[in-house]
Design a protein around this ligand. Structure first.
Ligand code: HEM
Length: 292
């Protein structure tokens, strides 16, 4: 490859890495705002709010399209990054004779590929924890809850008693589990003994996420899976913070968006983003662990 063709292909790769990277930053903001509901709304109300949100996110066509763009961006960003690394290594198999990286670049910038790979490992593990279960398995039960109901006695003294019953929480209101429906097909709750759909339920993702980070989540041999899961998420968020510390500002450089006045502001915003977003993400599993 001629020198100019090499530089062109390298610039194109950086350009696409920057675009997909900035799109993924937007995804992070949306995902964070959705997940912060796990903290700001607790108890039975929090469970309803979060499960309704998860239902919307998995069924709304516009959100679905954005999800596919997100998966594509993650894969493209990773493959493009590896290609760029290989290309740079081939172009300069022997390092410069005088090379003092600590004087020429910040620590995260020299470890972007390693940090990016660790973030990818996190994303793969994370998606198998929740997203895979939600989309491709029947492991997550429908949202149901126990409530007390008034049961009238048909005598003249008008006596009442309170009875505990289990209800499905559905888009058409509460449905008693025992009388109305015993079978479900995906999100569909069927009229008992028939093939007719009664209502659409919500998958109980809230309970699954809370149980995952719970102190009670232990293996049969007593390994504290909840604690380990929480620590894995916290460490991964620190890694993501370092990746973003360099990546955010560098994306604007790769897109050629340089301006004497705005570039320092963008760089500063990027550093703030790299600290605040991972920190808020990390608070979620810590909070769920502590309240369990
Ligand atoms: C630490 C707090 C986090 C929590 C509690 C959390 C929770 C979840 C849950 C419950 C889902 C499944 C949603 C569904 O299928 O409807 C999900 C999906 C996903 N998460 Fe996270 N997440 C966290 C952080 C992150 C981070 C930091 C990243 C990226 C680096 C990430 C990337 C993803 C992706 C790519 C999906 C699939 C999204 C989609 O299908 O549109 N998550 N997350």
């Amino acid at each position: 490859m001629s020198k100019s063709a090499f530089i062109k292909s390298s610039i194109a790769k950086k350009y696409w890495m920057a675009l997909t990277g900035l799109f993924l930053c937007l995804f992070l903001v949306g995902h964070l705002l959705g997940n912060l509901q796990l903290i700001f709304s607790t108890g039975e109300e929090g469970r309803r709010v979060f499960n309704e949100y998860a239902f919307f996110m998995t069924t709304n066509p516009a959100v679905k399209a954005l999800s596919y763009l997100t998966y594509f961006s993650i894969l493209f960003h990773a493959v493009d990054g590896i290609a760029l690394l290989i290309q740079n290594k081939k172009a300069r198999p022997v390092p410069y004779a005088y090379s003092k990286p600590s004087e020429n670049s910040s620590l995260p910038s020299r470890y972007m590929a390693l940090l990016g790979t660790l973030v990818l490992v996190f994303i793969a593990t994370h998606m198998s924890n929740f997203w895979w279960k939600m989309k491709y398995t029947e492991e997550i039960p429908l949202h149901s809850y126990f409530a007390k109901t008034d049961k009238d006695f048909g005598d003249s003294t008008y006596a009442k008693t309170l009875e505990q019953k289990e209800f499905y929480y559905t888009q058409s209101g509460p449905i008693p589990k025992d009388t109305a429906a015993t079978t479900t097909k995906g999100l569909d709750i069927m009229v008992k003994g028939t093939n007719l759909k009664y209502a659409s339920g919500y998958k109980d993702l809230h309970t699954v996420v809370s149980a995952f980070f719970s102190k009670n989540n232990k293996s049969e041999s007593g390994v504290p899976l909840g604690l380990l899961g929480m620590l894995f998420y916290v460490v991964s968020m620190a890694v993501m913070g370092f990746h973003l510390w360099h990546g955010f500002g560098s994306a604007f450089q790769s897109l050629g968006l340089n301006h004497p006045k705005f570039t320092p502001v963008i760089q500063l915003f990027g550093k703030g983003f790299a600290v605040v977003v991972p920190l808020l993400f990390a608070i979620i599993p810590v909070f769920l662990y502590l309240i369990s």
